[in-house]
Design a protein. Structure first.
Ligand code: NI
Length: 172
């Protein structure tokens, strides 16, 4: 298991559409372990494979926020089957858009079909933070970032800020 580098906006790889996984094997499990390590180290509550540069439809989530009671969840080829029409606003952030937060509106519950760590087919009814997180991560698999839901002006301001941060880091 190892911690990988997290790609940040405006890295073009983040805009790729990730490919479905044909079979959950050892290679995928090593990737999921690395993703989890990377997410905990960051720290964050969700990570998509493309955020470490791998365009596979895999996400990991742990919303427990408790060091001693980790509850990792693995989703391979996740598909949202059913979204509630009722929406909630949540202040979202993203490891690929460091230090930026914005209120985003999404359905407050969803049903997701996926393969688990062992490749078994599962269906999960999620609500609250978990439902929001699943939708945010599945967006990554489509090359969508939460800032895409903001106005053009807000989005370009954030991207400008991020570009500046990157230039400063390179000068050091
Ligand atoms: Ni994200």
């Amino acid at each position: 298991m190892s911690v990988k580098k997290i790609l940040t906006e405006p890295n073009k790889l983040l805009r790729l559409i990730s490919k479905p996984v044909e079979k959950v094997g050892d290679e995928e499990r090593v990737l999921m372990d690395d993703m989890l390590d990377t997410m905990y180290e960051a720290p964050g509550i969700g990570l998509a494979a493309i955020q470490i540069g791998v365009p596979k439809r895999i996400i990991v989530i742990d919303i427990s926020k408790d060091e001693n009671k980790k509850e990792p969840r693995y989703f391979v080829n996740p598909v949202i089957k059913n979204k509630n029409k009722e929406k909630v606003k949540y202040e979202e952030g993203c490891l690929s858009v460091p230090d930026q937060f914005a209120e985003i509106e999404r359905p407050n519950t969803c049903e997701v079909e996926y393969l688990d760590y062992d490749g078994k087919k599962k269906l999960l009814k999620a609500d609250g933070l978990l439902a929001i997180c699943i939708q945010h991560e599945i967006d990554h698999l489509e090359g969508i970032l939460f800032i895409d839901y903001l106005s053009k002006l807000k989005k370009s301001m954030i991207i400008k800020k991020l570009s500046k941060i990157r230039i400063n880091r390179e000068i050091f």
